[in-house]
Design a protein around this ligand. Sequence first.
Ligand SMILES: Nc1ncnc2c1ncn2[C@@H]1O[C@H](COP(=O)(O)OP(=O)(O)OP(=O)(O)O)[C@@H](O)[C@H]1O
Length: 258
Amino acid sequence: MKEPDASANPPVDGTELIRFEQVTKRFGANTILDRLDFSVNSGKHVTLIGPSGSGKTTILRLLMTLLKPDEGTITVAGEKLFPAPEKQIREVRKGIGMVFQQFNLFPNMSVLRNITEAPVTVLGLSKDEAEARARELLEMVGLADKCDARPTQLSGGQQQRVAIARALAMRPQVLLLDEVTSALDPELVAGVLDVLRDIARSTDITMLCVTHEMNFARDISDQVLMFDSGRVIESGSPEKMFNDPENDRTREFLSAVL
Ligand SMILES: Nc1ncnc2c1ncn2[C@@H]1O[C@H](COP(=O)(O)OP(=O)(O)OP(=O)(O)O)[C@@H](O)[C@H]1O
């Protein structure tokens, strides 16, 4: 497999890339994130675990600017994402890519065009540059022969691999993964997770991942954060979190899901 250049300007490993400070998010009367503090260092692969409804996806949606916090500060690569002027939010947001549970590909465009569209229209790459990059990424996700196919001609696992290539085509500093295998038939899950394992191993990209695939989390994570009641209640290496968690809630959660 070709070594991909996932990020145009990967920041120096170990510096802080994402910071949530006292972030509160409410939906109506429900406080989902409650003065949440956490940070993610560049180049690290961090997995968020916790009970259903604990706010994991909400964190990723805040980073994608699909939601706004009610209170608190979110910083990415030293620049404020919230609160910040719209122009700054748009700029900071360019450094963040996301792969969702649903693949959300454009059905009437070829696989290649799905990947080149945003780099051309948002980043201003030439068509040739964008296509060369898209072909490299399709090779990386094992779909070099599918450039001209339509998404509907692909399996769910293949579509999700196109969605991963599409996110990487924007050369994000951070890749957000939100339960990317949940919508797949079981036999297609391993192929997608293998692609993500390769990306985690062979690139400098920072990953923030929400998954119910605990073996995958164990394999790729540098750090695991356990969420409950709107806060991080425990964090540590996967070895520590999966083998010897300190918090009772973490223990209960992991014994239910493992
Ligand atoms: N747009 C919204 N409007 C109202 N409530 C919402 C909205 N989005 C999320 N919620 C609620 O916020 C809570 C947290 O949702 P979120 O999807 O972040 O949890 P999660 O930890 O990712 O859960 P799961 O593991 O089940 O995906 C849930 O109770 C959910 O119903």
